[in-house]
Design a binder for this molecule. Structure first.
Ligand code: DOR
Length: 442
């Protein structure tokens, strides 16, 4: 099957070109093919932009174990709508993904259920270094240096030293310091007001844990990715730790602040907590400077019933895969960044950080994971229209300009103008860790 996407504004690393793209099977066969090239299907993309599919390197899709919140089918329907063509799922499922066997079971499940391409992290515990050493078919190792949803936590220095010393897969971590959180809780109490969450999981908790992880990464010369950076204070640390360290920001830390607790309550309760307007501005600046290279969602669905429990019994996390690209396209519309930057942060950079093969760019020979976006399209996010099983969005009521209109996964058009085609599954993501990560590739 050959598809010609004709006359798109194609976003490539060296700029935006008005060209046609030929897709053959699961691959991009040619850019600007000869005028008379045969195609089985022609898509007229005049007036639209074609970008590589979004690679979301941090999601919590809840399967196995909490499929009342989300499962691989509902989550990936949401991905298709949102322009996310590859996801990497976190290990805090039930059971946790802390053995190669558990990881392979998730891969087998995804092969049956996921509409987009998939990868799964191997989770670290205080005692599973042997498993982490033999880990494969994975983007890397995830450490919770600071607990969040579930009970995965590695806080002991000896265990952390061993993981950084004895393993070779890239590592990423949730950085919030347990001791600081405990001290804050003892000092302030949990209270029943959700805004307390940002006082308990405060700036210091984030900075202490990030500093601790940086020290490990630098001493052991181990590739390390800081997940969901939330404070201005962490940024200078990141910049000083190249070439071992890369970092990620999430839409919720870019768009929400502590002031939003009043309007949104536990809907904006997440870990790391939301911080101040100044922190958000610093994250934007760090993205512009490439001190932070990746934008990912930390999609963490919980039902509204669970969210309605009084704080601190309400769970942390919010859904986002279905709107993350549109939220960023709206920023392009507002002039805060360019479409090329969005493609760098959401497509090219995550592919490079995790040594993902054949993805993140529109080049001949790359996988045909593509998204057509309409930068003029205006629509409002509504809870009632969300495809995520949890059925709500913290951005409910927000009108955005710039939306994905078609999504292809390995050459198959999985989403077009409001309809998901769930007749085919995505593929397992492939990694070549010898490539050496973001700073070794251009
Ligand atoms: O708020 C969060 N929720 N942060 C995390 O790191 C985990 C996530 C979840 O799984 O619910």
């Amino acid at each position: 099957m050959k598809t010609l996407i004709r006359n798109a504004q194609v976003v490539r690393p060296l700029g935006v070109e008005s060209v046609s793209v030929l897709v053959e099977g699961a691959k991009i066969a040619a850019i600007d093919p000869a005028v008379h090239t045969h195609a089985d299907r022609i898509v007229d993309a005049t007036g639209l932009h074609l970008i590589p599919g979004v690679i979301d390197d941090q999601v919590h899709f809840r399967e196995p174990g909490a499929v009342h919140k989300e499962d691989l089918r509902t989550a990936t329907r949401a991905c298709a709508k949102g322009g996310v063509t590859t996801f990497f799922d976190m290990p805090n499922t039930q059971p946790t993904t802390t053995t190669q066997e558990a990881l392979q079971q998730k891969l087998a499940l995804a092969a049956q259920k996921s509409l987009v391409n998939y990868g799964f992290y191997l989770g670290a515990t205080e005692h599973n270094v042997q498993e982490l050493r033999r880990g494969h078919r994975t983007p890397g190792i995830k450490i919770f240096i600071g607990s969040s949803t579930g009970d995965l936590l590695v806080d002991g220095q000896e265990a952390l030293e061993q993981i950084f010393c004895e393993t070779s897969l890239p590592i990423c971590a949730h950085c919030e310091d347990e001791t600081t959180i405990r001290e804050n809780r003892a000092r302030w109490g949990d209270g029943s007001d959700v805004s307390q969450h940002s006082r308990i999981r405060d700036h210091r908790a984030a900075l202490v844990a990030t500093n601790r992880a940086m020290d490990l990464a630098m001493r052991h010369r181990h590739r390390f990715h800081v997940l969901h950076v939330s404070t201005a204070a962490e940024i200078p640390v990141l910049a000083s730790c190249r070439p071992y360290v890369t970092a990620e920001a999430c839409p919720h830390h870019l768009f929400f602040t502590v002031d939003d607790y009043q309007r949104l309550g536990t809907r904006v309760q997440m870990n790391p907590s939301v911080k101040t307007h100044e922190d958000g501005m610093a994250l934007w600046q760090a993205l512009h400077n490439l001190d932070i290279q990746v934008i990912a969602t930390d999609h963490a669905p919980h039902t509204l019933e669970e969210k309605a429990r009084p704080y601190p019994n309400s769970p942390s996390g919010l859904p986002a895969v279905e709107n993350s690209l549109a939220l960023m396209l709206n920023q392009v519309h507002l002039g805060r960044c360019t479409l090329s930057q969005v493609v760098h942060w959401m497509c090219d950079a995550p592919a490079r950080v995790w040594d993902l093969m054949h993805k993140g760019r529109i080049e001949p020979g790359y996988d045909a994971d593509l998204v057509l976006v309409d930068l003029q399209k205006k629509a409002t996010i509504l809870d009632s229209q969300q495809l995520t099983k949890c059925g709500w969005s913290p951005w409910h009521g927000t009108t955005l300009t710039g939306w994905p209109v078609s999504t292809w996964v390995m050459g198959h058009e999985v989403y077009r103008n409001g309809s998901v085609d769930d007749s085919r599954c995505g593929h397992e993501a492939l990694f070549d860790h010898a490539r050496g990560g973001y700073w070794s590739t251009a």
